[in-house]
Design a protein around this ligand. Structure first.
Ligand SMILES: [Ca+2]
Length: 497
């Protein structure tokens, strides 16, 4: 409880005691005075929830198809994002942060496991993402952030879009999450979720099902309310964990701004950017609610919050899709606009405040970074493609990440090393069935030319050779595994919308 002057009763007592010591009893022994203050301070610490010594909480806010250029703090001229701008001002903002893949399913696999999707069979030319009738999904033997933290005694929850498989063994509850509230796949897939029974027969769970834990609780939810419902669930989870004084991990993969986009009455018609702006401003509000709740509960300094996106903007949706800013192309492509996304890290007192880093980072780095933060040991086989960004976040300086591998489905299309990115193959995100091979590869200096306009390969044969060797080494490290995206369950005639 705080008084009108903002002090707790214990702080008032201490102040009164200070006054007595300074002005009423100036001859009182300083030794006795300090002893009393020491005892009183101990009592004060005990009266406030002990956050400094508790294990750090982790919140990952993961937008769907949010582009590099869609936030105020990333230069959008008309979308207002005061909460995310403040989060960036109080934390560290990356200008060269990458999602691990230009489409949903492989990107989500990589965030949770710290591995490129090729290593888990979670990418395919045949189906670029998991379907509502896919047999496969997130393999059981993968270590996810949720499993790591659950093993360390954390409460864990997924709120939002999963998109890592629809069979029971692929859902969040089997991959380290105590609870789940949300949709199993994208909001533009309002189709029959198909399940395989133990006897091999199949059953439909109906169209666009909303789950709570392992149960379908409704169908075709009102998409205007998704962001607010997810936020409500997230705040309830944080509050319950705070009440129980238990460390927690919240994974919040929003359904928005993946099309079809929708905004509630509270946000609709408010943004000069139109409906897309309304949707982003709702996501900004949502993140602000989470940060405010952490502040109010005294958890701000003990909670890492990460805000990022699963891939670049869906440009073929025109005004209903986002912006990659000055980057080339968008979702679905291995040009920078497909994978370079906003990346904001916040943990006051731990993550450097007001920092803007041009160093490289990726969603692949979240698992090792979180393991380092909470002091959990990662098995040698885990997070094969991730780095611990902890020292960079705490102190600034150089990133351990010097390279980035860009996959289109199961093929390595491009590799970045330092400032340079070589494209061995290119293909527009959509409407072009074949890739173009480049020999020698196209080479861009991304520090100088972030829009990938000027091929400088002929002037830098040494860089091209170095990147080609890195690509060869990487390819040799990939062990073939069963593909999870290719097998589909037939949907009975008449059941497909
Ligand atoms: Ca996406």
């Amino acid at each position: 409880m705080r008084t009108a002057v903002g002090l707790t009763p214990l702080e008032m007592t201490l102040l009164a005691f200070e006054f007595t010591m300074e002005f009423v009893m100036p001859t009182f022994s300083k030794i006795v005075r300090f002893a009393f203050l020491g005892l009183a301070s101990t009592a004060l610490v005990a009266a406030v929830p002990s956050v400094a010594s508790a294990r750090p909480n982790v919140v990952v806010v993961f937008c769907d198809d949010l582009g590099y250029g869609d936030l105020g703090c990333y230069g959008h001229p008309t979308i207002r994002t005061p909460n995310l701008d403040r989060m960036a001002a109080e934390g560290t903002r990356f200008t060269q942060f990458y999602s691990a893949n230009p489409v949903c399913t492989p990107s989500r696999y990589s965030l949770l496991t710290g591995k490129l999707s090729i290593r888990g069979g979670m990418t395919s030319k045949k189906n670029r993402v998991l379907r509502e009738n896919s047999k496969g999904g997130l393999p059981a033997d993968e270590l996810t952030i949720a499993e790591l933290l659950k093993q360390s005694g954390y409460r864990t929850m997924c709120v939002g879009k999963w998109h890592l498989g629809v069979q029971p063994e692929h859902l969040p509850m089997r991959h380290g999450f105590d609870h789940w509230f949300g949709l199993p796949y994208s909001n533009d897939m309002p189709k029959q979720l198909m399940r395989i029974n133990t006897d091999g027969s199949t059953v439909s769970l109906g169209s666009n099902p909303m789950f709570r834990d392992d149960e379908v609780i409704e169908h075709d939810p009102d998409q205007r309310l998704l962001t607010e419902r997810y936020t409500d669930e997230a705040l309830k989870f944080i509050t319950a964990a705070a009440d129980a004084r238990e460390p927690f991990f919240l994974y919040l993969p929003h359904s928005m701004p993946h099309t079809p986009i929708h905004a509630s009455r509270r946000f609709a018609g408010k943004s000069p950017r139109g409906l897309y702006g309304d949707v982003i401003e709702a996501l900004d509000w949502s993140t602000g609610e989470i940060l405010d709740t952490l502040r109010k509960r005294g958890l701000a300094e003990n909670t890492l919050v990460v805000f990022t996106s699963d891939n670049g903007p869906w440009l073929i949706r025109h005004e209903n899709g986002g912006s990659a800013g000055l980057l080339r192309e968008g979702k679905g492509s291995t040009w920078e606009g497909g994978q370079r996304v906003p990346g904001i890290f916040w943990m006051p007192g731990t993550v450097k405040a007001g920092a803007v880093t041009t160093e490289l980072g990726s969603t692949l780095d979240l698992l090792p970074t979180i393991a380092g933060l909470v002091g959990a040991r990662l098995p040698d086989t885990a997070a094969a493609d991730g780095y611990d960004l902890g020292p960079l976040l705490r102190e600034g300086g150089k990133s351990p990440r010097k390279e980035m591998f860009f996959y289109r489905d199961d093929e390595l299309f491009a590799v970045r090393l330092g400032a340079y990115k070589a494209h061995f193959k290119t293909q527009p995100a959509y409407f072009e069935p074949k890739a173009t091979a480049h020999e020698p590869p196209l080479l861009y200096n991304l520090d100088v030319d972030p829009s990938e306009k000027y091929d400088v390969g002929k002037d830098h044969a040494d860089v091209v050779a170095k990147i080609a060797a890195l690509a060869e080494n990487h390819r040799a490290s990939v062990v073939p595994v069963k593909n999870q995206l290719e097998e589909l369950i037939p949907i009975p005639a008449g059941e497909t919308k």
